[in-house]
Design a protein around this ligand. Structure first.
Ligand SMILES: NC(=O)c1ccc[n+]([C@@H]2O[C@H](COP(=O)([O-])OP(=O)(O)OC[C@H]3O[C@@H](n4cnc5c(N)ncnc54)[C@H](O)[C@@H]3O)[C@@H](O)[C@H]2O)c1
Length: 346
């Protein structure tokens, strides 16, 4: 039995990671500020601490006695990160550094960090991206993730903190926060369909992505904390089959037995095609694409329908209002009853 801290363990991916760790007999603490996660996601056998990775004293206290850290806490809204730059860097970069400092002081055995496919950007050519490809992130979210990756490599060289860096992509499934209108295309579409609103697509919908079912990826993330082979490695982790956003929308409409049609919006600034070579994850972490898109979407749809639609959580203001996609500018009008996220960091 190992003592483990999972940051972001009330969130989508983190809560599944916690469940598996507990199933495997470990002692698990969860640190989460519930800004994007839910207490009902947290396994009752875990010790839950409500708080932020920005609270340095709390982080230092929480890390005491821990052997392995899985660091998943982040605000993962890639497209919106351009307009909430300071919030993004504070939460996702400075928060991570608090944790890395505490990990070094407490001689943590392994620091598992969920980075992102966003570190690649598009500049080096066509996908599938390989781990050693050029990293040129194009948005503040990807830049923060890449900075943490570099910091972990440097912390290993200077202090011996062992790490495994994972680069997941487009994960979907049960417990995804479907009320966030800025991220998670599966959740956004399902939440809209349950309110009889058409799924809205940026651009022509021919953007290509590989998608990853949570039940396939969570066990492989857990393995990253224990695998000798994965020590100090950087590993892409996620689905191998590629779909267009149009195909995804069709599959979701079908799984929700909806007669709605797709609606198109002007394209936004985003990577056109993005997926990864996942052979290293298959070899080192036992990652397997077991779940077909049809099966995964229908499991998620069943769960979403059992929960019902969620009022979107909309930012009260942005740090920068310019170049914000029109859809996001008009969210308040479209969802007058929505909850508001308080902007921080000014
Ligand atoms: N979902 C994906 O497709 C995907 C892809 C690549 C990388 N990732 C990364 O995986 C991790 C988990 O993503 P997710 O999809 O489960 O998102 P999520 O929002 O469901 O989970 C993140 C959790 O972190 C918590 N959190 C955020 N800021 C915090 C803070 N300052 N202190 C404490 N807790 C905080 C939130 O409350 C939430 O529970 C993130 O680091 C994300 O960047 C996700």
């Amino acid at each position: 039995m190992v003592n483990i801290l999972v940051t972001g363990g009330a969130g989508f991916i983190g809560s599944h990671v916690v469940d598996i760790l507990i199933e495997r007999g470990h002692n698990v603490k969860v640190l989460d500020d519930l800004s994007g996660g839910f207490i009902e996601n947290v396994n009752q056998k875990a010790e839950f601490i409500k708080g932020s990775i920005l609270d340095k004293a709390l982080v230092e206290q929480t890390v005491q006695g821990i052997d392995i850290i899985y660091h998943l806490a982040a605000y993962a809204a890639e497209g919106l990160s351009h307009n909430v730059r300071k919030f993004n860097y504070t939460n996702n970069l400075i928060g991570s550094i608090n944790l890395i400092n505490a990990a070094i002081k407490n001689k943590i055995k392994r620091f598992v960090f969920t980075s992102s496919i966003a570190v690649y950007g598009t500049s080096h050519g066509n996908p599938p991206f390989k781990e050693e490809d050029l990293k040129l992130p194009e948005d503040p979210y990807g830049i923060a993730k890449y900075a943490v990756e570099l910091d972990l490599e440097s912390a290993y060289k200077k202090f011996g903190l062992e790490f495994t860096i994972l680069r997941p992509y487009n994960v979907y499934g049960e417990r995804q926060f479907i009320g966030d209108p800025y991220r998670n295309v599966f959740g956004i579409f399902m939440n809209r369909i349950m309110q009889s609103k058409k799924p809205k697509i940026f651009g022509d919908g021919n953007q290509k992505r590989a998608f990853t079912y949570i039940g396939d990826v969570a066990p492989a993330i857990v393995n990253a904390g224990f695998s000798e082979e994965a020590k100090n490695e950087i590993i892409n982790i996620g689905g191998g089959k590629v779909y267009t956003v149009n195909e995804i929308a069709e599959e979701i409409l079908l799984s929700m037995s909806s007669n709605l049609t797709k609606e198109y919006m002007p394209p936004r600034y985003e990577v056109k095609h993005a997926w990864c070579d996942n052979s290293k994850a298959t070899k080192m972490l036992g990652y397997e694409d077991k779940t077909s898109l049809k099966e995964g979407v229908s499991k998620m749809a069943l769960w979403a329908k059992s929960k019902g639609h969620m009022n979107p959580i909309i930012w009260e203001g942005y740090e920068l209002d310019s170049n914000l996609p029109e859809f996001w500018q008009n969210l308040n009008k479209e969802y007058p009853e929505s909850g508001f996220r308080i902007r921080i960091g000014d």
